[in-house]
Design a binder for this molecule. Structure first.
Ligand code: NAD
Length: 408
């Protein structure tokens, strides 16, 4: 079934603009029909620029525009709750940007609201949908990497573009709430969303900016099957937006670089100025523009998945439940940063599986040994590291050409 949805867009800032650009320029079928911002001059201009028929300076009126069936929330974090409440009351589909909320308690309330009212809901986690991430997820699902052991995800730039991000009350935190939410959900997708995150060890610091919240953070998220998610976030990194992921499994590895230095390099003396890419710090000298930014950042595939799910009556890849789990992990991060200890991730009504820890693989080599490692040496010999089953002793053995591998 092909439907044409009419959308109320809440917010005319950076994300409101990226979302509208994607919907109007790339998808075409869905249109932003109504837009809200508290500033009349800005919302009027936004509506004109993007050919949007109705604009509002009242959030409630924008949500209740009789022509629209879907609300996209692109407002600062502290306004997500009000927007979700009003949209659910209006019975409209709700697509909310990241982070879902400022903490897990608030996120749980939002999840409760959408589930009670029965409206369609999606968590707009675009970085789970980048072209490289989607292809990598397919490889991982196929088993190309074996069992996933470690996912490292990094997002770093020189800090956000609007004042409210820097205010811990409005944002709920600093770089972790802003960027860590992406990294955590990327790792969850690779490790498996059914696998329970158990506990977290986290370091935060405010190294540069005069703010209450952290401008840098590193965290380890331990999952029930033994996999580890590692995130690194920074609001002090200079030189653009660094978006990278690494996935390691028992049978393979993937390294992803999504944004900086991905094969498009340009030099200009800068006489004309102009936009290069999100969070680019310069428009002169050697630059790293991004070809199709809304695609590279996942917005196109994200809206395809979300609207296809809406039309087919299925669930999108990212739901409010996922947003809640991410908030629960981030709560544990903030807790651990304070206590300097591993802290439990508290999740109400875990909906995944409880599978216990995966065992280390013990590949039997022969009757008396387990195989630890097999390596081809530069001189052409094959070296075996073996563990004696009875004594537990680790030994090595060189296999010469013509030797039989099995048996003592
Ligand atoms: N990749 C992503 O998914 C991504 C990227 C950027 C931002 N975001 C998220 O989108 C949301 C908005 O971020 P942004 O970058 O667009 O911010 P922004 O500051 O660029 O825009 C915020 C919008 O909200 C309005 N606004 C601000 N304070 C308000 C208030 N007190 N009352 C009413 N309206 C208010 C502003 O006028 C503006 O229209 C945040 O939740 C942020 O985390 C997501």
């Amino acid at each position: 079934m092909v439907s044409e949805h009419k959308i109320t867009m809440l917010g005319t800032g950076l994300i409101g603009m990226f979302y509208t650009m994607t919907l109007h320029d790339q998808r075409g079928k869905e249109r932003v029909h109504a837009v809200y911002s508290r500033n009349e001059e800005k919302v009027k201009k936004f509506a004109k620029d993007w050919n949007i028929p109705a604009y509002y300076i009242s959030m409630e009126e924008a949500i209740n525009d009789p022509e629209t069936d879907t609300v996209v929330i692109g407002l600062p974090n502290h306004l997500h709750k009000q927007a979700v409440e009003l949209s659910a009351k209006a019975g409209k589909a709700i697509l909310c940007t990241k982070p879902l909320a400022r903490n897990a308690l608030e996120a749980k309330e939002l999840l409760g609201i959408v589930e009670k009212s029965g409206v369609f809901h999606a968590y707009l986690e675009d970085l789970a949908y980048t072209p490289k991430t989607l292809k990598s997820l397919a490889s991982v699902k196929r088993g190309d990497l074996g069992r996933i052991l470690w996912v490292r995800s990094r997002e770093a730039h020189s800090g956000p573009h609007s004042e409210w991000f820097w205010d811990v009350e409005q944002a709920g935190g600093g770089a972790i709430i802003d960027l860590g939410c992406h990294c955590i959900e990327i790792a969850r997708n690779f490790i498996g969303k059914d696998i329970k995150p158990l506990e977290v060890m986290c370091w935060t610091d405010t190294q540069v900016h005069p703010i209450e919240a952290e401008d840098n953070g590193i965290g380890l998220v331990k999952y029930e099957n033994g996999a580890i998610g590692q995130f690194e976030v920074s609001w002090t990194f200079r030189g653009g937006m660094d978006l990278r992921d690494e996935i390691s499994g028992t049978e393979g590895s993937i390294w992803l670089d999504h944004f900086l230095r991905t094969g498009y390099e340009m030099f200009t003396t800068g006489s004309k100025g102009g936009y290069v890419a999100e969070k680019s710090e310069s428009n002169t000298g050697w630059l790293f523009p991004v070809g199709d930014e809304v695609h590279e950042l996942g917005y196109v595939s994200m809206f395809n998945d979300v609207f296809n799910a809406m039309d087919n009556g299925t669930a999108p890849m990212e739901s409010f439940y996922d947003g809640y789990i991410v908030n629960a992990i981030m709560d544990a991060c903030y807790n651990s940063a304070k206590t300097k200890k591993w802290e439990t991730v508290h999740i109400d009504n875990w909906r995944g599986i409880n599978q216990g820890r995966a065992k280390a693989v013990t590949e039997s080599f022969d009757a008396n040994h387990f195989l630890v490692k097999k390596e081809q040496m530069p001189d052409g010999q094959l070296k075996l590291i073996l563990k004696e089953k009875k004594s537990g002793k680790i030994i090595e053995r060189i296999v010469k050409a013509g030797d039989r591998l099995e048996n003592d």
